[in-house]
Design a protein around this ligand. Sequence first.
Ligand code: UN1
Length: 542
Amino acid sequence: MVHVLEAGLEFMQNDNPHGKPCVNGYNIINGQLTKASDGGSFDSINPAILSDKLGNFPLSTKDDINLALDAAHAAFPAWAATPAPTRGQIIGNMGRLLMEHKDAIVALETREIGKTLKESAGSVQEAIDTCLFFQSEGRRLYGQTVNSELPDKELFTYRRPLGVCGIINACNFPAAVPFWKMIPALMCGNTCVWKSPQDAPLLSFALARIMHEAGLPDGVVNLVHGKGSGAGQHLVDAVDEGRVNKISFTGSTEVGKMIGEVCGRNLVSCSLELGGKNPLVVMPSADINNAVEGAYWGGFGTAGQRCTSLGNLILHKDIYDEFMDKFMAKVESTRIGDSLHNDGVLYGPMLSEKYAKDFLVGVEMCKSSGAKQIWGEGRITNQNKPTNFLGDAEEGVYMWPHVFVDVTEDMQCFHDEVFGPAITVCKADDFDHALHLANASPYGLSSAIYTNDRLEAYRYKTGIKAGMTGINNSTTGAEAHLPFGGVKGSGNGTRESGIWVIEAYSYWHAVNDELSGKLQLAQMDVEEVEMVEAEVDWSQLA
Ligand code: UN1
């Protein structure tokens, strides 16, 4: 076996017609590069150019997951005992290394999942911001001193790590989201087994290597590749076997519920960041041009593949026509293409062929719901492409932007998330109706309102049931130091980011130190203070 820091990148002979490198990828378990125990593997494919293979990666088995868990358990005591400021320093090194290699990592993210370069840079920056935030949190990680009710006794609280964390993230923010999870986990003294997303194994491999270069000891983060139904499921099964102390998952509500059940029956903590059908309301007092920009970006930026992407666009009836005219002019002129080869595109391909397939199922669902389709024709082909599509459509998996109108609360497409470039538009009679619609889906992740009426903004902010709300802003764009997460079907109430996430990766340990040298009983030996009644008629003062 070869240690990760002693190995250079290994390239494979491949028939890549673009002359691009193809990497021989590995798991990283206890700092060692390893293959799957049964030799199984899968490829990482550029969704913008399906003939461009980025690498081959282990399809990890149950045995591989067990080895990764062994390594994480073995590394835990020493890592938990490492001073938090030292852990913070290593995390800071990760941020600095990411800054140093940012351009290459960004281009790799775009090549592996097709996001535009600008958006990949955003995702990598979010990972850097997370490192820089938690670097200094290592110098805090405060506990409290608490006054005792008894003399000569002191009380304290400490944050303690949970143990071994299983990390499972989706591929759409392949740098930001695993760092949202692992950086606070590490800062609190936990160790991790990280199941990389099936569609972003090379980027994950690069990030895990950088984590080791930053000074992370062996076994503290163990990277295993594979599919959700394989390696991911094995990691969740290990909760039933008592080998995992925390699962942190970003992905679909369906899988999140299954993970929540497994964790629940084992009393294991889990953080769940799930789907959304994020509403955006536009009221008559809004700056309509600004609202059009926000809705357009929220719906179609990232090809609609953010958990915070706009789902239900809710327009007040008085501005409906004006809004839709301006909005559709933008939708119809959308520039789509491979951002590595074309400037100024709004979005590129779907994250992978799997996402493309699922998206088309979602489009069919919208149609069969009874919504009226006014724009979009499924997959883009060379025979059937929007005006501003750039490049050869059949090299990758590209989708038209889709707009469905006349959507009402009784339709399935009002309630179900469609992960991709499709929005559903509803008309509202007044503010109360708009707020009702915004609350009527089963999700509660992000939400937004465009209005210049302060009372309306206030009523929306207090009346909406969602984890995040934008006022005169789109549904996307969370920052790395605000709590991120949802309510209802969007999660279990846990949060990522900022200081709040520390709650998810540590438990409070209450310690009492009895200095009196004798047994003093709380509640029972507490000196009672008697009140003394004095004969004063206070009413005389009035
Ligand atoms: C996600 O889609 O899982 O707020 C994360 C946003 C990004 C993060 C999205 N900063 O849209």
